[in-house]
Design a protein around this ligand. Structure first.
Ligand SMILES: *[C@@H]1O[C@H](CO)[C@@H](O)[C@H](O)[C@H]1NC(C)=O
Ligand SMILES: *[C@@H]1O[C@H](CO)[C@@H](O)[C@H](O)[C@H]1NC(C)=O
Length: 392
């Protein structure tokens, strides 16, 4: 079963009756960070400590973001070092140009500093800022020296969970935490992510991937979108987000009639399927969303389950019913005590990416991103194995 799976097995495990093997519980080596969900914004965030004073940082997890960046409004550290512009390091971290600061020097305000561009997906804005290095500490006593990140004074940023002082980017870049841990500790570049629903505490395992998830039953190759999906990039840069090759989508075992061109990339890198922890729910191109919901509603109606008035942003909602069990845990969301909605949203007719698998569909699934063998392995819902992300 581990050979290449051509359908979206983990979120479609709901539609495909598969026997699910017990997931292997990862060992506690490597860098382990907690993951929680902010109830108000539905953002998933982690907690780490940075700098000589071990300042606590809560950072939203973004698989599509390139590196760690946070507010240094209350950041002090004697080990903080700005990366000079025009240095080799600046080149290595793909920095560009020089930034200065007219105020008194402090973390986030230095002269002749290499520029990076953190991106805020909630505002769709780039923030050109200096890039620096400092030590990251985890609660399980790992120290990552000289981790590149960006920190700045942050009057303007909006859209983030109140608790979060910004973002931990886990994209496929030289300066993302998993690559830095792999390089510095001579570990394979792998990380595993288990995001919890409200009130749970999941985990990220970084570099502990040695035998972390080798027994995860399902896997699919990671593929490269040849055109960057970041707001700024150089010509020829591929995307450093995580794309997988979905070739068909099934509802109750029946493949949907979808034009395959939506599932592949065109010359501009439009199309395909990516995984995102920033989207609350899976977003489907309209031409996929429509047949998908039709098939789902038909299956429901065959089971005599009543449709009820839609609750935005969803279009298809149903009266709560015990029979829903068979559809699995991640396809429907409870919007109130009596109503469940199909937890997918319509991405319109011209989205950059046809399918964006969102956070809700990933909850309580253990996913391992293996950048050495370029594949994602996953557990399918841990709930079916009487486990959860809070227990891995
Ligand atoms: C996610 O859901 C929250 C409410 O739970 C909403 O405020 C936010 O706009 C949603 N985010 C996205 C990206 O859809
Ligand atoms: C940067 O250089 C300018 C001009 O020399 C100076 O006024 C300023 O204080 C310096 N800023 C920092 C943070 O060192």
């Amino acid at each position: 079963m581990a050979s290449s799976l051509h359908s979206l097995y983990f979120f479609l495990a709901i539609f495909i009756c598969s026997s699910v093997h017990a997931a292997n519980v990862p060992p506690s080596n490597g860098l382990v960070l907690p993951v929680k969900k902010d109830a108000k914004t539905s953002q998933y965030y982690t907690t780490l400590e940075m700098g000589s004073n071990r300042v606590t940082i809560n950072a939203v997890i973004d698989l599509g973001s390139q590196f760690l960046w946070f507010s240094c409004d209350s950041y002090t550290s004697s080990t903080y070092n700005p990366i000079p512009c025009e240095s080799q390091k600046c080149e290595k971290v793909k920095g560009f140009g020089c930034i200065g600061c007219s105020q008194a020097p402090r973390p986030g305000c230095t002269n002749d500093t290499c520029i990076a561009s953190p991106y805020s997906p909630f505002e769709n804005l780039l923030y050109p800022e200096g890039i620096a290095e400092d030590t990251l500490y985890s609660k399980n006593n790992m120290k990552v020296f000289e981790l590149p990140f960006s920190c700045f004074h942050s009057e303007h940023l909006t859209g983030f969970a109140i608790i979060a002082t910004r973002m931990l980017g886990l994209a496929r870049t030289e300066i993302s935490l998993h690559k830095q841990v792999a390089d510095k500790f001579k570990l394979p570049d792998k990380f595993a992510l288990c995001i919890p629903p409200d009130k749970g505490v999941g985990k990220i395992f970084i570099g502990g991937g040695k035998d972390t998830t080798t027994k995860l039953p399902l896997s699919t190759p990671l593929i490269i979108n040849p055109v960057s999906t970041y707001p700024i990039y150089s010509e020829g840069d591929p995307s450093d987000e995580y794309f997988i090759d979905v070739q068909s989508i099934r509802v109750e075992g029946t493949p949907l009639a979808i034009k395959t061109s939506y599932l592949t990339f065109d010359k501009e890198g439009v199309g395909g399927t990516k995984i995102s922890t920033i989207n609350n729910f899976t977003v489907l191109h309209s031409s996929i969303y429509k047949p998908f919901t039709r098939a789902f509603v038909k299956a429901a109606s065959n089971m005599k389950i009543k449709s009820v008035a839609a609750v935005a942003p969803f279009r298809e909602c149903f009266r709560k019913d015990v029979y829903w069990r068979i559809y699995g845990e991640n396809s429907l969301v409870k919007v109130n005590n009596n109503v469940l909605c199909l937890a997918f949203v319509d991405g319109g007719k011209k989205p950059r990416t046809s399918i964006v698998i969102g956070g809700y569909q990933l909850e309580d699934n253990l996913l391992e991103f293996d950048l050495v063998s370029s594949k994602i392995s996953f557990s399918s819902s841990l709930l079916r194995q009487s486990s959860s992300c809070s227990r891995v």
